[in-house]
Design a protein around this ligand. Structure first.
Ligand code: RAM
Length: 426
């Protein structure tokens, strides 16, 4: 809340300049509360005035009405300092008409007129952009994004292209920029090709948070990693080595050949394979299923045909791992070829139990979407600029700090196997 001090101070100054009689005009006696409001993390009074009245300058009406209500009902908060409100406090929200009267008629169009139709709560309108639609991983992220939107009183729409393709994604983003949305949270299909588009959004005042797959610096405000790329890459090799007893041929079945996140992880997998403990493991091929189920399935069949001695497929994509496990099962190759990589427990449960994929890893996609929206909102609402060292609170996930590269990390990946797979729903 204190981070907003200068913002509130300038609003106070504005109030003093524009509405000199505002505080004097405010009623000392109790005003009817049109509704009660429980303060959420990251609320401040002018933001609530915007939410209820479409006018940040109307915050003294909430301030005064709450203090007046507190005089006779101690369940309401007593607000000593207009720039300090705490989560859980009960506020009295007068009707738009009462607020206008309290402010000497100087402000506040009624909320119904002030708020855009698509954002009934008066909040911002953000867009969560996946690599492609119809990918359960991104659908999971959208569940978390919607939870964050509800907590923050903002609107998040979920819009993507049908295929995981950079050109299609750029077209979509151009149209969202033209619509002047309030912020973009993107999983990118190409790190460099999207830089001009990301920059155009930022130049138009639209913050760009990338998450899952990054736009290169210059085309984004902040990037959120699922875990460190190095940690993911190295741990994938450790996992496959354990599954095949440290020797044999392996292949990688990835997403698209331009996918920024998979390419980073594969780079670290190759690096890890140079260590002496993996001298008996041979990486024979890296192929691409484009995050398309059918293409991934056919690529997996192709690998088994081309390399009859293949011991494992690592698919660091939720689409690729599920398709590969199905291919192994359909070909009666369980016990001969193991599949591992990054998958969704809901899609992999049966393959863990059948032995097609005894173990794999992932983070929680719902948490990822939730963090993406909290990060975007922290920047779009001016709480932080999105610079290295900036710290903010992402609701239930707690505090995050942007590192020196303009990135943050969701958390640690988790390994799923038969001992725990039934505990997870996503
Ligand atoms: C796919 C996508 C996504 C990746 C996951 C692991 O769903 O390629 O970008 O993070 O797999």
């Amino acid at each position: 809340m204190l981070k907003n001090f200068s913002k509130i101070l300038s609003i106070l100054l504005l109030v003093a300049l524009l509405v000199p009689t505002a505080s004097m005009a405010l009623a000392q006696e109790a005003v009817a509360c049109d509704e009660d409001y429980s303060v959420q993390a990251d609320d401040w009074l002018s933001k609530l005035a915007d939410k209820f009245y479409g006018d940040v300058l109307a915050y003294p009406a909430i301030f005064e009405a709450t203090n007046a209500a507190a005089a006779t009902d101690s369940s309401y908060a007593t607000i000593a300092n207009a720039d300090l409100i705490e989560p859980g406090w009960k506020l009295c929200i007068p009707s738009a008409e009462d607020a206008q009267a309290m402010m000497g008629g100087a402000t506040a169009a009624p909320a119904a007129e002030a708020a855009p139709a698509e954002a009934p709560a008066g909040g911002a309108n953000y867009v969560l952009v996946p690599k492609n639609l119809g990918n359960p991983y991104f659908d999971g992220a959208n569940v978390g994004a919607q939870a964050a939107a509800a907590e923050l009183g903002v609107t998040v729409t979920y819009q993507g292209s049908a295929t995981a393709d950079a050109t299609e994604q750029i077209q979509l983003l151009n149209s969202l920029i033209a619509q002047k949305v309030d912020g973009l949270a993107i999983s990118a299909n190409d790190s460099d090709a999207l830089v001009p588009t990301g920059k155009a959004a930022i130049d138009a005042g639209i913050p760009v948070v990338t998450w899952d797959a990054a736009i290169a610096p210059g085309g984004r405000t902040v990037h959120i990693n699922q875990a460190t790329g190095e940690g993911i890459g190295r741990s994938q090799i450790a996992l496959v080595s354990e599954l095949i007893g440290g020797e044999g041929q392996i292949a990688i079945l990835s997403a698209t050949s331009t996918a920024p996140n998979q390419n980073e992880w594969i780079k670290w997998m190759n690096d890890e394979l140079t260590k002496p403990e993996y001298a008996n493991i041979e990486l024979v091929a890296t192929v691409y299923g484009d995050d398309d189920d059918e293409k991934s399935y056919n690529e997996a069949l192709g690998l088994m045909k081309t390399y009859p001695d293949l011991k494992a497929i690592i698919a660091p994509t939720t689409v690729g791992i599920a398709a590969s496990a199905r291919a192994v099962q359909d070909q009666n190759m369980i016990g001969k070829v193991v599949v591992t990589g990054l998958g969704l427990p809901s899609q992999m449960r049966d393959y863990v139990k059948s032995g097609a994929s005894p173990a794999f890893a992932l983070w929680n996609p719902e948490d990822f979407g939730y963090l993406a929206i909290y990060t975007l909102h922290a920047i779009a609402s001016g709480q932080i600029e999105g610079k290295p060292g900036d710290t903010f609170t992402a609701g239930k996930l707690g505090e995050y700090t942007i590192d020196e590269n303009g990135e943050l990390v969701l958390g640690l990946p988790f390994t799923f196997d038969a001992s725990n797979i039934d505990n997870f729903k996503f």
